[in-house]
Design a protein around this ligand. Structure first.
Ligand SMILES: [Fe+2]
Length: 504
């Protein structure tokens, strides 16, 4: 493997204020500003279109496209009562003293960022041409409050390695048309094709500490890099630490409405697909496990709500192939875990027996040049001594050692871990097992912190900063290169690690 190198390139980007626009937009000027200094081809960024109606249904929470393979995808849609989120609603202080001065919580629709749903019909038209002249149309689907006005279209029979365009159409009553919402996504190359593309990984986004009213600066920064997809690696909302606390299913849904109606997030989600992983804060509470409860909200309800709000199928752990050179495993760290407080031992688990067996079997079966585990929690760390929630902590040392030693014995040269959860960035190499791990860092600078400090026995790179990770796959002849770049919130590369491998 090649040595790692530190580089600092790129430019700080000020994207201006997008507020006041009727529909979330990333303009060509934003894109040009974001990509200043970079030799990029201007992509076709999908932005606002004319509203076909003044009475709805609308789609203020945008679309989300997930679980993309070479021939399938899930397109998430939701009908809303208003064209915009409630920008004038009740806001909450970032820090409140719940004991002495608990916040008064008004009806959900009156809270800043709320996007009440609307019953109606939705269908999707999708095709390879941007004008949709070749589009296939799905049936019209009725949506109601029973699904939070959401429908997830499961598309199949798609063409590999292609750009798909779509329009989500809405209607109500006697089929009077509502708002249309356009977007696009990219399908994966087939396993015999070289992998040559980029994707981005983010994690841990707070709402009051997003550092820009229209959404975290990482979103326009990621969009400017033209990723084929983005991985949303857990803690995508903070039910238990951002006010109002999600102590009912309705308040939990408010957290999703408020976050994912932010213009910059809507723009990202309509311009590329995304893979979604849950962690503790977007399931229930800090370091939570099955059976727990927060007010009226149960862990089981948290699991159901995540599955409804994210464009994912039934299985919370899964693997995706993106061409000959890349296979990614997305694991789940909440559904199958033992209570954190149980003493460590061979039975104590985060993954559960089935997921662990699936992971080992599919990693061994894969002939991909590079194998990547994207995990909502770390496998290597190091983490704080007082934590007891992940495979780098003492409390899960048995399973952590088992997995790291298995990786050392079976995939010593072409396997990497990318993790969410930790609010700082690093590249670690486990001192005995040799497992390599990249922590992508919190989604904003205000959300960064918590590290136990740099540890030279692990860290090749370490910094306490918000940002994200970009991963580039490149192919030259029979050589494949994978490049990990830890970037700050503006997209500036702070650290780069490159690895080369002959293609088998
Ligand atoms: Fe977090």
């Amino acid at each position: 493997m090649s040595p790692h190198s530190r580089i600092a390139t790129g430019k700080l980007v000020d994207r201006g204020n997008l507020s006041g626009l009727p529909i979330p937009v990333v303009t060509r000027r934003d894109f040009l500003a974001a990509s200043a200094g970079a030799a990029l081809v201007l992509p076709q960024i999908v932005s606002a279109e004319a509203i076909a109606t003044d009475s709805g249904p609308f789609q203020a929470t945008g679309t989300r496209v997930g679980e993309v393979t070479e021939n399938s995808a899930i397109v998430w849609t939701r009908l809303t009562k208003h064209s915009q989120r409630n920008n004038d609603g009740v806001e909450f202080a970032k820090k409140v003293d719940r004991k002495s001065d608990p916040p008064t919580v008004p009806p959900v629709a009156q809270i800043e960022g709320a996007c009440p749903g609307m019953a109606g019909r939705v269908r999707l038209r999708y095709g390879l041409k941007s004008d949709l002249s070749d589009a296939t149309a799905t049936d019209w689907i009725d949506v109601t409050e029973a699904t939070d006005f959401i429908h997830q279209f499961k598309l199949s029979g798609l063409k590999p390695d292609s750009t798909y365009h779509y329009v989500s159409q809405t209607a109500v009553g006697d089929n009077s048309p509502g708002q249309e919402f356009r977007g696009k996504f990219f399908t994966a190359p087939i396993p015999t094709m070289p992998s040559s593309f980029r994707f981005c990984v983010m994690t841990c986004q707070g709402y009051p500490d997003r550092d820009h009213k229209d959404g975290h600066p990482i979103y326009p920064s990621m969009l400017a890099l033209e990723p084929k997809f983005v991985t949303m690696t857990g803690d995508l909302v903070y039910y238990d630490s951002n006010e109002p606390r999600a102590v009912t299913p309705a308040l939990a849904r408010l957290h999703w409405e408020r976050m994912f109606s932010l213009p910059r997030l809507v723009a990202m989600m309509r311009n590329a697909s995304s893979y979604w992983l849950k962690d503790d804060h977007d399931t229930l509470t800090n370091d939570s496990w099955p059976g727990m409860k927060a007010g009226e909200l149960t862990f089981a309800e948290g699991q159901t709500i995540f599955q409804q709000q994210a464009p994912i199928g039934k299985q919370s752990y899964r693997t995706f192939r993106w061409g000959h050179d890349l296979q990614i495993w997305f694991t789940d760290g909440r559904d199958f875990r033992s209570p954190n407080k149980v003493p460590d031992g061979p039975e104590k688990t985060i993954w559960g027996a089935e997921q662990k067996a699936w992971f080992k079997r599919t990693v061994q079966e894969s002939d991909a040049t590079w194998k990547l585990l994207i995990s909502p929690t770390p496998l290597v760390g190091p983490d704080r001594q007082n934590k007891n929630d992940n495979h780098s902590n003492i409390g899960f040392a048995h399973e952590g050692d088992e997995i790291r030693e298995w990786l050392k014995a079976n995939v010593p040269d072409n396997f990497f871990v990318v993790c969410g959860d930790r609010h700082w960035q690093y590249h670690s190499v486990h001192p005995t097992a040799g497992t390599q791990e990249f922590s992508v860092g919190a989604a904003s600078n205000s959300h960064a912190g918590g590290t136990p400090g740099e540890d030279k026995t692990y860290h090749r790179f370490h910094r306490v900063k918000g940002g994200f990770l970009s991963v580039d796959l490149r192919r030259e002849g029979q050589q494949s290169q994978i490049v990990f770049q830890l970037r700050d919130v503006n997209g500036v590369v702070g650290y780069e690690a490159k690895f080369n491998r002959a293609v088998s």
